[in-house]
Design a protein around this ligand. Sequence first.
Ligand SMILES: [Zn+2]
Length: 506
Amino acid sequence: MPSFFCLYLFRYLIRLNFMEHNLHLYNTLTRKKEKFVPLNPPLVGMYVCGPTVYSDVHLGNCRTFMSFDIIYRYLVHLGYKVRYVRNITDAGHLEGDRDEGDDKFAKKAKLLQVEPMEIVQKYTVGFRDVMALFNTLPPNIEPTATGHIIEQQEITKKIIENKFAYEINGTVYFDVEKYAKSNNYGELTNRKLDDLLENTRELDGQDEKKGRLDFALWIKAKPEHLMQWPSPWGMGFPGWHIECSAMSTKYLGEKFDIHGGGMDLQATHHTNEIAQNIAYCGKSPSTYWLHTNMLTVNGARMSKSAGNSFLPMELFSGDHKLLSKGYNPMCVRFFMMQTHYRSTLDFSDEALQGSEKAYNRLMESYKTLQTLTASPASKENIAALEKKCYDAMDDDFNTPVLIANLFEAIGIINSANDKRITLTQTDIDSLKRIYKHFVFDVMGLKAEEENGKANRALEKVMQLVLDLRAKVKANKDFATSDEIRNKLTEAGIQVKDSKEGATWSI
Ligand SMILES: [Zn+2]
């Protein structure tokens, strides 16, 4: 019992040590790396802007949520008690970020002739399924915009009371120029108000708002609008930015530690969120602002119109013109971590193949590690290697450097397996701990052994079936060839014929 207690005390002290030291993160707000000092340790409040659930989650979003998953996992590993809030935007998001265009949900609902909440349900479930495939932990609270209409109205009322917003014709606008007189509106992206004004179009006769940069906190609904609620200003719906101010304040308080999201949210959504919070309660909501960079495909910006965007499911099945095969979700997760979250991540079939090999090596060497036998002496310094893993993560969650250190571990494991070096039992235990902490707990990777075996067997069987089908086709037995294809389709396997031969996908 006493040794058991000592072990826990020792681990607790180690964790305390990490809590008090080392972790630095890049803060968009100050444009530099800063030491992480939470407001109320060991508690940490983290808010991440979640998906707008009107279509399938795209890969750029997956990268953002996977990056924050690793940040969340590492903070928990260091011993912090994290409250991680990630919202679901299920109302109020117009096509343009500045109150223009159609409501994204209403447009899709009309197109498919369903209720907007059916759209929300379908894509929320789909989003959670994809996140689970990527082994991304669910947040502690996942609030929805429609579930917090009252809170959004209360904040809007207070901002009007504080004279930073005005109502015209049932719509409430945030008065940016008024706010900017006593606050730095462009602080987050380091832009001056004059430059912002210059880059925004002039108000035309149609506009009812007073200033060009003003944005809506509450929007008057036309009678035919599908999602609307009563308010002190008439029937309407909330603006997109106010939901995050309302939900972060409700669950994390007026001031919390980390606010995150994709880089594309900095200039408008997050800038407006800060302004709303200061206008509401006089406090900027978060100490640290973290942003993930975007994705490119073969060096070009990923976009639907360019035909180079992937859905996660296309990546898993390989059913995409830019892919030679499907990749398992853990391999894609590993691939994403090979680039730091603040750098552009370039997707290509070749890069994914490279990652698949590296991921398999990482998992193979874990199996080898279980079979190593200890020697009385060793020349290896595993403690230094373990420290380097912490140093990498403490340096703004630098996963590529962490992975380089893990490959050093693979080299040691393989050398010991080939009897070129010896390891003590302490070394072997330390290597196991490095795997447990960094590969499984922090990077959130899973060994896909069982799935991998089944997939490899299926690949062989399918090759056999397609070879046989090619033979019957060569004998001009098209009826049998079609029958094979139809039966496979019934089983959920699609066969595609081309000049190079047949390929299949699930
Ligand atoms: Zn947000």
